[in-house]
Design a protein around this ligand. Sequence first.
Ligand code: ADP
Length: 556
Amino acid sequence: MPLGSSWGESWRCLTTALDITDRKAAEQALRESEARFRAIFEQNPMAVQIVDAEGTPRMSNRAWTRLWGRGLAYPFSGGASIPKALGMDTHLGQALDGQSIDVPAVHVPAQGRDTPERWVHAHIYPIQGGGNIIPEVVVVHEDITDRKRIEIDLKEHTERLQRQYNNLRALSEIAALPSAFGAAQQLTAALDLGRRHLCLTVGQITRIEEGISTIEHHSAPPEAKIVDGTRIDLSEMLCSLVIETGNVLALPDLHRSPYANHPAHHRHGVESYLGAPIRQRGRYYGTIAFYSSQPSPRGFDEGDIEFMRLLARLVGSVLEQDENRRDLAQSNAELEQFAYVASHDLRQPLRQVSSYVSLLQRRYGDHLDDTAREFIAFAHDGAVRMDHLIVDLLEYSRIGRNTKPVDAVDLSLAVAQATANLSAALIEAEGIIEVAPDLPTVRGDFTDLVRLFQNLIGNAIKYRAPDRPPIIKVSSISTATEHHISVSDNGIGIEPDYFETIFRIFQRLHTPDKYEGTGIGLAICKKVVEQHQGRIWVESIPNQATTFTISLPNRS
Ligand code: ADP
């Protein structure tokens, strides 16, 4: 390379060249990497912030600003409340110690109007620097507020449904309480179930009359010291409010209700109360209420109010049934009285009439003309018919008065007994009776069931066709739930128009001169069958055949 000392001479030149291709490439790569990082950082839908070891945010992406706003630019210093809620103070320290932290759902309560309540899924992880130093951590927040709200809605919905279901279950358990219990036991059991279901200490049914409330039924732990029959002035009881509004009153926390000054609260210590009005035969009877000396642990919702409404209806109908039962017992007693009068007081003069008519016929029959003798015969027949009528009426009123059908009755024996009682009539009519060998055994009253078959077989003999001897068949078919027992004949039959009416008392299709009878036989049959929780009906082809079928419950 020539180097000269002056112009014109040849020059020498020293050139040093530094190859910076690699550096340029590295710079280019850095720029590209930086651009890539920027793109990922900024466009990331998750909120990302980089925080230094002092807890000072270095970079926040757009999603972060959208989520937390600019106000959170330095959230980790100065004990700001949102980062506190996020637990950042501890998490940051852990991340700076090298741990990666994942918090699936952090609840951040609303901070004024601009920052609504949120839920985030937070990840915090360290950025490893050289020499094991962690100069910065990355905080990533995924906004899961919408998902969380749906989850909460769903949870509330499910809880509400669960409560509705529990309400329904409790109600159906109450409704299914055996009626054999008797009203008092049934109502106490209902109160028992109700107070456990509503998580309240006391349940009580209160009758309200002329400003006084009387506890009629209750369910409570012994320490509550509640006594049935206790009378309390209505003004001291919350039930007065229930009756006033005619609606369910739900006070989960009396202290914080408009009734904090009510005597029930400050004198009797009631803290939570749920009561509903009971109506009986269209009038207010009183209330059913549950209460406790603590605020309700679970509050009351619409479902509980509906539960109370239905429960009050149920209680109303149990009370009504009880009153009906008492009315019925009363009218049965009156009927019994009537039966007594009928049997002793009515039959006695009747016997007198018929014996004097017989005497008249015996002593003076020879002196009377044919017409007078005919009149005497009519009078005698009338007296006999009247006696039958009274005996049948007595029988009708007797059925089901005292006895409950509880014995196991072999129907073959009942039919055999009925047939034996009718043997004279059967022989006279030259009838045949065929009884299937497999008649079932049912729960019932033997005497009443004999009476039932005696009436049906007796009618089959009585209403036989004039041109053929009666053939009577007794058979049965059983299903899992019912026994069907049929008594069929080949007699005169019944027109379909009368299939219903013949079961009513005194309903007859014939005059006594054609067929003897009182029109009470089938009414007795119906009463016996109903007493046994069964049904009876007839099918017939006039002038050909009649079948009476009885269905009785199969309780085997
Ligand atoms: P009664 O036999 O005393 O008239 P019931 O109550 O036993 O009273 O019967 C009512 C009516 O039903 C009878 O009057 C008769 O007309 C009709 N009836 C009952 N059983 C039969 C039968 N097996 N065949 C035809 N008619 C019948």
